[in-house]
Ligand binder design. Structure first.
Ligand SMILES: NC(=O)c1ccc[n+]([C@@H]2O[C@H](COP(=O)([O-])OP(=O)(O)OC[C@H]3O[C@@H](n4cnc5c(N)ncnc54)[C@H](O)[C@@H]3O)[C@@H](O)[C@H]2O)c1
Length: 253
């Protein structure tokens, strides 16, 4: 698939890494459907990008929402061949603390959005992508998921978040195997520290301090840099079943 053939679903596309991906796809000549809960921002981005983007109000954990969004994207673009899953949430909570044990509902919510939501969008999108006419080597499309370096070197308070991102990494290879017969590739990006609304809340001082741990370049990643790797993974015909750390070589202590 060439970049200008991309017809993608981008979850979490109304902010941060997802927005960066939508913009990179459109810059490369492709089309993107923003699946997000943030309607105001999603509509704004879609309006700015014109015919190359649409917004669909989707909760990634809902089968009904995802199917309605897929119908809208298929109608707008004449089909879909790519999925980039960026929707996700982070919580900070230790397994025990002054208020007692880690609340189970908080743990379940992170797993529900980050793992079940990612899987829900994938399963409903790829079943449609399997109907695409095969291209070279029988290729019918590609998926990119978002993990985190927290899947490998999680910090205090990241039990739930790290578990959710570990699940994304662990399911990458089995899903690549499941989808081989359909000609659909799947890869995962494990970002380090990126400057998104999620990170902006940290404050300048904390950003400066954390940047010192990044090997090179000593700064947070840009959403466009995430988007560039996502476009590469969607279009490179031989990268499959891979997880790539995109982190300036940071190894969190
Ligand atoms: N920013 C970082 O440094 C960083 C590092 C590692 C991994 N990540 C991961 O990258 C992904 C994107 O992070 P970000 O920093 O861009 O976050 P962000 O908060 O800027 O954007 C996340 C988007 O997901 C949407 N969203 C949340 N729950 C949703 C749901 N149920 N259905 C649909 N949309 C939903 C939000 O509305 C928001 O627009 C997340 O999975 C995050 O865990 C981020």
């Amino acid at each position: 698939m060439e970049a200008n053939d991309i017809k993608a679903i981008v979850t979490g596309g109304a902010s941060g890494l997802g927005e960066g991906t939508v913009r990179e796809i459109v810059k490369a000549g492709g089309k993107a459907a923003i699946f997000d809960m943030n309607e105001a921002r999603g509509q704004e981005i879609a309006a700015e990008l014109g015919d190359a983007a649409i917004f669909c109000k989707v909760d990634v954990t809902s089968e009904e929402d995802v199917n309605a969004g897929l119908d809208a994207a298929t109608a707008a673009f004449g089909g879909i061949n790519s999925v980039v899953n960026c929707a996700g949430i982070a919580v900070g909570q230790k397994i025990t603390g002054k208020d007692g044990p880690h609340p189970l509902d908080k743990y379940r919510k992170v797993l529900d959005i980050n793992v079940v939501g990612t899987f829900n969008v994938m399963r409903l999108a790829v079943v449609r992508m399997e109907q695409n006419d095969p291209g070279e080597d029988g290729a019918r499309g590609a998926v990119v998921n978002t993990a985190s370096v927290a899947a490998f070197d999680g910090q205090k308070g990241q039990a739930a978040y790290s578990a959710s991102k570990g699940a994304i990494v662990a399911s990458n290879l089995p899903i690549a195997r499941d989808l081989a017969r359909s000609g659909i590739r799947i890869n995962t990006i494990a970002p380090g520290l990126f400057m998104t609304p999620m990170a902006a809340g940290l404050g300048d001082e904390m950003v400066e301090e954390l940047s010192q741990d990044i090997v090179f370049p000593k700064r947070f990643g840009k959403p466009s840099e995430y988007g560039r790797l996502a476009v590469f993974m969607l279009t490179h015909p031989y990268i499959n079943g891979e997880t790539v750390r995109l982190d300036g070589a940071i190894r969190l202590p």
